[in-house]
Design a protein around this ligand. Structure first.
Ligand code: NDP
Length: 328
């Protein structure tokens, strides 16, 4: 087998979306333990923004994006559980933003029959994130009260549904009436427009019968962190899982004491998919729930690879709902 030429979304240097370039790249035949995939759809994620900006430093140039799905076209030596023609998806590791990629076979999750590849691509990173947040970071169950910020966003929409499916109660925030309506439709028990709030924690408590919530899921970061802490019950869990509004600055740990023996965690998907078993368990669970209609995923926009900058501009400017995809 010879090398192929792919089109790829390249970050040549750190910067805003204007640095993005679509370039031709050589893709070698898959090596040992790898498969080659013709990519059907690529997921747009905030981690791509942090990596492009240099908030998560990486040597440049690199091919952007961590999430995708497609069909296996070639198999390297030693690969036994993936075959040519298999439909596969993944949600970690750089380089997904291309028409053809080589992937380590043990990072792939099979896509169930009946599930579109673009939905699978859209679900992997955010779906597995929501899955670990409600199952493993905090074991949400009947009666759990959860605060979910940016509830009309990619992770947010899935979090609302997963908390509700477990019998929990959701206080959701979002930045516009239309976004609040999306959160309500997905099952949120109470909604708060945090762009119009001058005391967000008080509003969250009001919406929760005057009590603090058990767990705060906060991927907005800098703008909401203090209010999230103040929304928790004593011994509640603060889950800071991202910084869409900016990273949270250094923090005086005594505040956890003053606010009532709070717990704080800053989780990342890699720690919750570190073994092949855990990756397969989470990925398969999310894809099966989607295929069976137990979980709904809104694809809020599809952009050609050449228009990737517009997708990231929309995401960063809070103009999007649900999940954005790049279609190579
Ligand atoms: P979203 O689709 O949720 O988009 C981000 C949303 O955040 C916006 O739509 C906006 O909603 C809200 N927001 C509030 N303030 C700002 C701001 N200043 N700038 C931009 N957005 C703002 O994105 P994702 O679902 O892809 O990601 C959500 C978060 O989850 C990110 O922080 C991401 O890094 C994190 N994440 C973390 C993972 C982990 O394992 N730790 C894995 C995956 C994602 P509104 O208009 O309603 O305010």
């Amino acid at each position: 087998m010879t090398s192929t030429t792919a089109r790829a979304l390249v970050v040549p240097r750190n910067g805003d979306s204007s640095v993005l370039e679509v370039q031709d790249v050589e893709v070698s035949p898959p090596g040992a333990g790898e498969v080659q995939v013709e990519v059907a759809a690529v997921g747009v994620n905030f981690i791509d923004v942090y990596q492009r900006q240099g908030v998560y430093p990486l040597p440049t140039p690199f091919v952007s994006c961590s999430e995708g799905a497609g069909t296996v076209t070639a198999v390297g030596s030693g690969v036994t559980d993936v075959a040519v023609g298999d439909r596969v998806a993944w949600g970690s590791g750089l380089g997904a933003g291309a028409t053809v990629v080589n992937r380590a076979a043990d990072t792939l999750v099979p896509v169930p029959d009946g599930l579109d590849l673009d939905v699978a691509a859209a679900a992997m990173l955010q779906g597995m994130t929501a899955h670990y947040l409600v199952n493993s970071t905090y074991a949400v169950g009947p009666g759990t009260t959860a605060l979910v910020h940016a509830a009309a966003g990619g992770v947010g929409q899935l979090l609302v549904q997963m908390v509700k499916a477990k019998g929990g109660r959701v206080v959701a925030t979002a930045g516009s009436p239309d976004k609040l309506e999306i959160a309500r439709r997905l099952g949120a028990d109470a909604v708060v427009n945090y762009r119009e709030s001058d005391d967000l924690a008080a509003q969250v408590r009001d919406a929760n019968g005057g009590n603090g919530v058990d767990v705060a899921y906060d991927g907005v970061g800098k703008a909401t962190f203090d209010a999230s802490l103040a929304s928790l019950r004593p011994r509640g869990l603060m889950v800071l899982f991202g910084g869409a509004s900016g990273q949270v600055p250094p923090f005086d740990i005594q505040r956890l004491n003053a606010l009532g023996s709070l717990f704080l965690t800053r989780p990342t998907l890699g720690s919750y998919t570190a073994t092949r078993e855990e990756l397969l368990e989470r990925g398969t669970s999310v894809l099966r729930d989607l295929a069976a209609g137990r979980l709904a995923l809104e694809v809020g926009g599809r952009y050609p690879l050449a228009d990737a900058a517009a997708a990231y501009d929309d995401l960063e400017a809070r103009r999007t709902t649900g999940k954005l995809l790049l279609v190579p």
